[in-house]
Design a protein around this ligand. Sequence first.
Ligand code: NAI
Length: 727
Amino acid sequence: MLRLLLVCSCKRIRQFSYTIFSNPKFNIFLQALEDGLKRADADPSVKAVMICGENGKFSAGADIQGFSSPKRQGIALGPLVSLIERSEKPVVAAIEGIALGGGLEVALGCHFRVAHVQARMGLPEVTIGLLPGAEGTQRLPRLIGVPAALDLITTGRHIPATEALKLGLVDEVVEENTVEAGIRLANKLIGQPLGPRRLSLKPIPRLPNMEAFLSEALVKVKKQARGCLAPELCFQAVKAATEQPFADGVRRERELFNILLTSGQAQALQYAFFAERAVQRWTTLSGASWKSASPQPIRRAAVIGLGTMGRGIVTSLVKANIPVVALEQDVEYLNTGRKAVMLLLEREAMKMGQDAQSLDFHNPARLQFTVDFDGLRDVDLVIEAVFENMALKKEIFKKLSGICKPGAFLCTNTSALNIDEIASATSHPQQVIGTHFFSPAHVMRLLEIIYGRHTSPAAIATAMQLAKAMKKVGVVVGNCFGFVGNRMMFPYVQQAVFLLEEGSRPENVDQVIEDFGFKIGPFRMSDLAGLDVGWRSRKGQGLTGASLPPGTPARQRHGRRYSPLPDLLCEQGRFGQKTGKGWYQYEKAGGRTARPDPWLHSFLSEYRDTHQIKTRFIDQEEILERCLFSLINEGFNILAEGIASGPEHLDVIYINGYGWPKHKGGPMFHASTVGLPRILAKLQKYSEAHPDVPELRPSAFLKKLVAAGNPPLKEWMSCSGSQSSKL
Ligand code: NAI
């Protein structure tokens, strides 16, 4: 809601109220605001105009949903902003709460801006695949200079009023009533020349080395965007402001805006935005849901195991202001864990600056380290993060069941193990739930929340609440091996390794996947995480190692194709970055820069010779399709089984936990844009070529959707026949 106040010597003489951006009758609003401004100009008793918000909020900008509506496309806020700017009477923006997107662009059309000290401002359009299309890309650099404008427009970050004042984005910051301050300011300005305050007339502040600055900035923007178009087009719009007169710059801004609007990426990013909201409304197969379940308060939590994951989990809890007891198996491990946690927290405190005091992590009431399970008697929630070993996890849960109060929630960070089996070791299986964090746990936003057969709705609601408190996105899923994320990852990684057997190199596969937009390809990822992790798990499953029955064919397990390549690398001590060698070579153990390794290339050639595999050239299309379509195929199986209640869940998991490029909307959204018939046809083709790979066999649900005429993604679940779709 934006209001227009007409000021006549210290008094508001007329007040118009219009819902600006959330009004479906946007045209009517624009017309009314235009009329109001014209009336103000024509009325000699009106000396100044003030634009402010209502209920302590200036404006959050346009309703995102509106961007996809074709009706909106012809409507431009820009001319209205120009009209504000052209007003003969001073126009003051009084900014309280937030001024984002179109809201801030309106403020840029005003001659003066006064903001409340707690207000936040920004142009977040880039995050939904667009650019500020109401002349903001042309006015902002004229006001605060090119470097600062580029930063705000290409990242979409929100800034506090104090920073806005430093940048010159606002003229005054007040602690009192902003509207009153705005009226006072408006009165002072009556009669003053407005020319210098009209941003469209201002020259761009020159930099001595503008050209060099812009080319460097473009490289940086492109690198960070990783295939996302919006940041680069935001850059181009600001660049136009440096090269062309205002009116031409505005024309360029509109052209670029329309490119983005129709690019497909904007739809994907907006889908991702709404998907994140949709997953908050969780449901389970048995009918429990967010509507009826209440979260329980977590006054104190415990973390068991301070290894790679436990350290980050403790850090996340401390940052969420939840007192923590951290437990290790012995004093030696405890000391190592304590040091690591303290280091992480000190780094976080550095990042937080002044706010860091609130962490107070040296206070034992806030963070305590122990080797004694007795310290866990009064906690409301425990997160177990010990080695991935069922017997060990069951032993720990049995102990917890005896020590913790009956109402305490018992969470496991297992990445794949059966939640029901873990819960069976306790006397309160309804309190047991999977909380699957991603590494590094204090950084990654995803929390996969896994309910077992007995998990109570309150446990799910509490885990969701915990995710929110830690500023993470919780996604509720059912219990199966690998849950959603890792289960879908399995066929993807499997295909990547099969491609190596058939003729690719790790760097070829990674390149294709990274060009698609993933942060990191499967082999670089495997080197980073450590090949030994999967090796241990495969040994545990009897797929390799001493328990493998003699005479098992090297490339087959249970009648299916199997690649022993990762096992062979591990047998050579090639665990990835930690040993300086894996699918790549590194400068040293612990090194980060992956270089293609000639040793590995000849090892692959010998391997193919040994197993009489004919090497062939594999093009980029096949690499991409086999990796991604097999992952998507598993997604359809998961949906059909009701393990997740909708495709949005899978997409939110992949964007936030697995580096899927957000501007491609997640794997299931991507499938919907590629077209299900095409995915099905390709899977059929690859499956015929590799009949011993069941993961390539098209999912029955995918076939069903194709037979149903390739319905849009939001209608998929009504075709699934799974119980969750009927809830
Ligand atoms: P880790 O090996 O780095 O740390 C495990 C820690 O548990 C060690 O510090 C160990 O001393 C401690 N521990 C073992 N037995 C204990 C006991 N009886 N009492 C107290 N502490 C004990 O393992 P990591 O990587 O942190 O994994 C932990 C869990 O998180 C596993 O279930 C793993 O599957 C899962 N996970 C791991 C991810 C990763 O990227 N590393 C990602 C997501 C989940």
